[in-house]
Unconditional design. Structure first.
Length: 158
């Protein structure tokens, strides 16, 4: 069946108690059709390596979803509208993090809370470490090849 979404809203910074936040101060007043959930704060606490990073995603993403659902209602349709990792940045590569495993964790947590979809942040990277060198937020690199994240996405959604 075709679907029409006429009034979506994106939320982020759900764990930060500072100031006004869309999920706390706006959503219950406007009642959107659907909520896009940006994982900005829930996925960028990498920890000391893969195990810590996966645990942080489980913990922070779960807490953030609970915060949003408390304010928008248990049955408000939600999806992950933005997440990704800079596969070529030193902070990411020095920890030997696997984008594939991190994507799987996000999908697993999203499924655990009945979020409908997970949209990766960028297909192609438009952010640079230095001239000509992308940060690595991408599914397809500039040669047209799938990255680690791209291959994982293909395995999950193709």
């Amino acid at each position: 069946f075709p679907a029409t979404i006429q009034h979506p809203v994106e939320v982020n910074r759900c764990l930060d108690p500072w100031g006004y936040r869309v999920h706390r101060d706006v959503l219950d007043k406007i009642k959107p059709d659907m909520v896009s959930f940006s994982l900005y704060e829930a996925i960028n606490t990498w920890g000391a390596g893969q195990t810590d990073t996966l645990a942080n995603i489980q913990d922070l993403f779960s807490k953030a979803i609970i915060q949003v659902k408390q304010n928008v209602g248990k049955y408000m349709p939600m999806y992950v509208g933005e997440f990704g990792w800079p596969e070529r940045e030193a902070g990411f590569t020095s920890l030997s993090l696997s984008a594939s495993a991190l994507i799987q964790k996000v999908v697993d947590v999203a499924n655990q809370y009945n979020l409908t979809d997970c949209v990766y942040w960028q297909i192609y990277d438009n952010e640079k470490i230095s001239p000509g060198i992308p940060r690595g937020y991408y599914l397809i690199d500039r040669t047209g090849s799938y990255t680690g994240a791209g291959n994982k996405y293909l395995s999950l959604f193709a």
